[in-house]
Write a protein that binds this ligand. Structure first.
Ligand code: TYD
Length: 167
């Protein structure tokens, strides 16, 4: 699958590719009123929100989203947890956002996540790790198409773009 390439700029480290990724605040994050704090982390990093919705996830959607995990022993508990309440689904855009957002979110197991990451700061157990972030550009494309209609994603210009991302 081709990498989503929206625009090319140049940084001191070489060309940078603007990407989109799928981020979700899981039901524990919504229940604990962490939506704002999680959005704030992506905003203050300089990334751009291009799609967002609050929804109750169906088991069908979840089994497609986690299609590689359906045989895992923890999968039934994961389904119960992910369908226990609303989820905030988002698409964010920015240079190298897939890799950067995985670093911001932290290790799957909060006990192994670095301090300052979302999972380390807000959770202590792998089964309630607050947030999802796509783990590859291919995964991001697949998840964005699964969770969103293309028409619900906005192309818009941040007025600070030349300050935050282009020399
Ligand atoms: P995974 O895709 O491996 O991790 P990540 O969310 O970091 O991409 O797993 C999906 C979710 O499944 C994970 O966020 C939490 C849950 N999970 C468990 O509950 N127990 C486990 O042992 C693992 C590996 C994951």
């Amino acid at each position: 699958m081709t990498r989503l390439l929206i625009a090319r700029g140049h940084s001191l480290g070489g060309p940078c590719v603007k990407e989109r990724t799928f981020i979700a605040v899981k039901p524990d994050g919504v229940q604990r009123r962490l939506i704002g704090q999680i959005i704030h982390r992506f905003e203050r990093r300089g990334f751009k929100l291009v799609g967002m919705k609050l929804l109750q996830v169906s088991k069908d959607l979840l089994s497609e989203h986690y299609c590689q995990l359906t045989k895992k022993p923890f999968y039934p508990d994961l389904v119960d947890y992910m369908t226990s309440g609303p989820v905030v689904a988002m698409v964010w855009e920015g240079p190298d956002i897939v890799k950067t957002s995985r670093m911001m979110v932290g290790h799957t197991n909060p006990a192994e996540a670095h301090a300052g990451t979302i999972r380390a700061d807000f959770s202590f157990h792998i089964s309630r790790n607050v947030v999802h972030a796509s783990d590859s550009t291919e995964g991001a494309q697949r998840e964005i198409q699964l969770w969103f209609d293309g028409k619900d994603l906005l192309n818009w210009d941040c007025i600070d773009q030349s300050v935050t991302s282009e020399l």
